[in-house]
Design a protein around this ligand. Structure first.
Ligand code: GRF
Length: 215
């Protein structure tokens, strides 16, 4: 158990998941030391949220690098300078290469707006509605080189309503993201969560989903 888990949060936009982490931390419910918030987009609203909370807000813009590998190297340097025990992708909208992902193996998590393995990638709410699923939701998972395919830590289900559109569904899913992402971070900070031999383990047992079956 680490008293204050050093964390770096990566964002690309609005930063509402970041805000959920900050609020839980400020309330004393999440034992993390957010050492930096790094955005891949210069104008991201989440950068303002970070500054408002007194956190270092850093931009690493892929557009400023002649090659993707150089961007990822710079991103790694910014992260590693803060020596985080956990790196959190909270609405970080770029796919990271396998060298990057392997460098943070077992300490890199992502929140994704679907019940993985369903609807990997973008536009998950539209695709869920098109597919006519009864349940949609959100997942937090360890990041591996298999994009949106890493071991799931926790999921939350949302019932799809007959009158839902992508926006109304997204609102309810986002509310769950704001709950399960801090929960996963808390487990990690408590030393209860890890990635072992390709499996997400909580208290030494496989993380099971849907969330109802998580102990
Ligand atoms: C979230 O739905 C996240 O899962 C997805 O993009 C959205 C980002 O929201 N990848 P925010 O920036 O945390 O408000």
């Amino acid at each position: 158990m680490i008293a204050q888990l050093p964390v770096v949060v990566l964002i690309s936009g609005r930063g509402s998941n970041l805000q959920a982490i900050i609020e839980q931390q400020q309330r004393g419910d999440l034992p993390v030391d957010i050492r930096a918030v790094i955005s891949s987009r210069p104008g991201a609203q989440g950068l303002d949220r970070a500054r408002d909370a007194g956190l270092p807000a850093v931009i690493v813009d892929p557009g400023r690098f002649p090659a993707r590998a150089l961007f990822e190297k710079a991103l790694m340097e910014e992260i590693d300078a803060r020596a985080p025990a956990l790196v959190v992708l909270a609405g970080f909208m770029l796919v990271l290469g396998s060298d990057f992902v392997r460098h943070y193996s077992g300490r890199l998590i992502n929140v994704h707006p679907s019940l993985l393995p369903q609807f990997k990638g973008l536009h998950t709410h539209e695709r869920a509605l098109q597919a006519g699923v009864r349940y949609h939701g959100a997942s937090v998972h360890f990041v591996t080189p298999d994009v949106d395919g890493g071991p799931v830590i926790i999921q939350a289900q949302v019932e799809v309503r007959a009158d839902d559109n992508a926006q109304t569904l997204a609102v309810r899913v986002l509310k769950e993201e704001h709950r399960i992402l801090p929960e996963a971070i808390r487990w990690f900070a408590q030393g209860r969560l890890g990635l072992e031999q390709g499996r997400a383990l909580l208290d030494g047992r496989p993380c099971m989903h849907p969330e109802g079956s998580v102990p």
